[in-house]
Design a protein around this ligand. Structure first.
Ligand code: SAM
Length: 331
């Protein structure tokens, strides 16, 4: 797809034909199965100060917590009981808390005690760290590069370089060479984001040959610098636009795993996940973090806890999948 073709698709009055095409490709490459991957939010103690994130270090109103290793393994055991197949370990960026050795030990325990595949999402880390975790058995790594626009990236990530390699894209390349399945993505509608830069982001997914693509609307957090400023963006924050981007990602990377994200469901708790799974997405990430801690991981207000691990909400999810002609598969 050319830049102009993507622009036309993203700005056309209706996207019905696009959604149909993306679903057809998704059915061809991924069938009717939907992976449920258990999200475990390890900790809200973040050392970074990203301008958009409610969990940023400078926000004094966050309830900070960190799960113990035993709690994390118990969450992974729940994923095993629910036949998920994969857990995603995500945390605020913190090298002191999530040391190379501790994470390697955790990966080993999860693999041995629960048999789940492990996706890591621990932010920017050294080549030696990610090599050790791969060695310990980590399968995948999720690191959103957020934007290819270097000035915007540096603006929203204090301390990030404006020249040289994009630090996150460089890390993704290194991890691909280390044998990880790599996932990345962006937020849609960051103040200052342009349509041109978004198109560049989408083409970069393809250039990186991503295994997973995570796309979600930017949701303003009033206790962040970005949430308090001017909200101007050429990129709309809407369910329709987010789904258009899922569809384009599906066409660019027919075999990728594309989650219908929590941010999309938070934007529209009624219809978000149905719309996402109807426009090319094939993954859903139920939150397995113990309920007591969840309130601490408020990266944006109104973040819904999409599926508590209770049987009734899981069966509601299964019903939704069936109504769309889809079904849960393990993996
Ligand atoms: N620290 C790790 C990292 O940066 O990859 C993982 C945690 S971070 C909170 C996970 C993702 O949350 C970010 O990559 C970002 O895209 C998303 N996020 C943070 N604040 C957000 C907001 N206000 N609206 C939407 N998504 C947000």
């Amino acid at each position: 797809m050319t830049r102009q073709e993507i622009r036309t698709i993203l700005t056309a009055p209706s996207a019905d034909a696009l959604f149909k095409e993306a679903q057809a490709v998704r059915l061809q490459t991924k069938g009717t199965g939907v992976f449920l991957r258990g999200l475990i939010e390890l900790s809200s103690i973040c050392l970074r100060d990203c301008l958009y994130c409610g969990m940023r270090h400078s926000n004094a109103n966050v309830r900070r917590y960190a799960l113990t290793d035993d709690e994390i393994v118990a969450c992974a055991a729940l994923a095993q009981t629910l036949h998920f197949g994969t857990v995603v370990l995500q945390a605020g960026e913190n090298e002191r808390l999530w040391t190379r050795e501790r994470v390697a030990h955790l990966i080993h325990r999860i693999k041995v005690e629960t048999g789940q595949r492990v996706t890591l999402s621990l932010g920017e880390r050294s080549e030696a760290d990610t090599a050790a975790w791969r060695e310990a058995g980590a399968d995948r790594y999720l690191l959103r590069f957020e934007t290819t626009d270097r000035a915007l990236f540096a603006h929203i990530h204090p301390g990030a370089p404006t020249t040289g390699d994009h630090p996150r894209i460089a890390q993704l390349r290194r991890m691909k060479a280390q044998g990880y399945e790599i996932g990345s993505g962006i937020m849609l509608g960051i103040p200052g984001q342009t349509l041109d830069s978004l198109i560049e982001d989408l083409l970069t997914f393809q250039a990186l040959q991503l295994d997973m693509v995570g796309l979600g609307p930017y949701l303003r957090h009033p206790e962040t610098p970005l949430g308090q400023g001017d909200q101007d963006s050429e990129v709309p924050v809407s369910v329709d636009f987010t789904c258009r981007c899922y569809a384009v990602a599906r066409l660019l990377l027919p075999s990728a795993n594309i989650p219908s994200t929590t941010a999309l469901s938070s934007l529209d708790p009624e219809a978000g996940r149905i719309r996402g799974l109807s426009s090319g997405a094939n993954v859903f990430m139920p939150n397995l973090t113990p309920a007591y801690y969840r309130e601490g991981y408020q990266i944006y207000p109104g973040k819904i806890c999409v599926v508590a691990p209770q049987a009734d909400s899981l069966s509601a999810l299964h019903d939704t999948l069936h109504s769309l002609g889809l079904h849960h598969i393990e993996g």
